[in-house]
Write a protein that binds this ligand. Sequence first.
Ligand code: ADP
Ligand code: UVW
Ligand code: MG
Length: 400
Amino acid sequence: MKVLVINCGSSSIKYELFDMDGEQVLAKGLVERIGSDRSIVNHRITGQEPWVETAEILDHRQGLNRVLSLLVDREQGVLKSIDEVDAVGHRVVHGGETFAESVLIDEKVIQAIRENIDLAPLHNPPNLSGIDAARHHLPHAQHAAVFDTAFHQTMPDYAYMYALPRVLYQKHKVRRYGFHGTSHQYVTRRAARMLNRSLEEMNLISCHIGNGASCTAVQGGRSVDTSMGMTPLEGLMMGTRSGDIDPAIVPFVMAKEELTLAEVNSMMNKHSGLMGVSGLSGDMREITEAAFEGNERGRLALEMYTYRLRKTIGAYAAAMNGVDALIFTAGVGENSSLVREWTCRDLTYLGVELDPEKNAELPEGPQIISTPESRVAVLVIPTDEELMIARETQRLAREE
Ligand SMILES: Nc1ncnc2c1ncn2[C@@H]1O[C@H](COP(=O)(O)OP(=O)(O)O)[C@@H](O)[C@H]1O
Ligand SMILES: CC(=O)OP(=O)(O)O
Ligand SMILES: [Mg+2]
């Protein structure tokens, strides 16, 4: 079975084509700056050099059209006909309370995703455009939606409710949902296999730290708490997002700086986090470099980032009455030995003991970076949200 995975962001499309016999990636790529006359298409057939073009791509439908024509291109393609794609898996960020699992897409599902737009105004509309375009171009294929929020639907009410008037939950579904669920589920399953233990008997803490960052407590294979909330703004400090702040700051700053709602939202989502504190960049590589060159604000950003992550890990160890393993994943988690080291620095009370050499010299693929004596295993596991989406899509398509 051939499965195409599509992740439509506000101005981008990420895609990956799998042959599920052997779970091989045939090709993958990224279309960036959709909506401009200088969109960039970066396409790569497995085992070959990437192929890049600049083109005018005005919307997701046009972008997907380009992707599909590349997949069947005589030189850049890997398929003879687009009809070889049996199923398409779509990443959908917000499934609200409607979806605790992935589903095959029909009109009702589309309507439900639309109803959740209010909860994720930045994410769900591009996701819907992607679904619409893909169904138009691939009418014969089955389409599945895989939700970032689904894995967290197992959280108990005392973890997902806010201490706000209950009417806000009843009327507007104001509650915590959590995100990156596909990734947290993937790495925690993988961790259990690496440690040769059953998920059922383990308390795991998974740190997905990339551009967006979230930490999840997974007990017996189920998400019991997670740091993102109603939107992906809550919780940890991120590349450009503030994470937790005193909510009273919002009206205060709006009044003092005469900001509109849109402006204060943009401030917290796009100009805060590493970017806001350092004034330099939202990219951890640049922050680390600056900190090492003696830049004080770079050091502060790094110190805050790891301190807040460490506090969240402590909170989740408390929530589960202990932790067996700690997992680092996503762009920062997989690549920054410094962030892992600083985060684990004062977790010795929990029994975390990092092996400095293993942490620093990481070979490819999943690794254990704690010492054999460490009471808590520490793992680095490259996440693979696309593979998870492809597996879910295959499972649903087969059941049909
Ligand atoms: N070698 C590295 N060292 C430190 N941070 C890195 C490194 N490589 C990537 N990153 C960080 O990973 C981030 C991207 O993470 P990723 O999980 O790919 O994000 P997303 O999927 O949300 O776009 C970058 O912003 C950068 O900060
Ligand atoms: C939900 C979310 O924050 O996603 P990302 O990390 O891809 O921005
Ligand atoms: Mg990501």
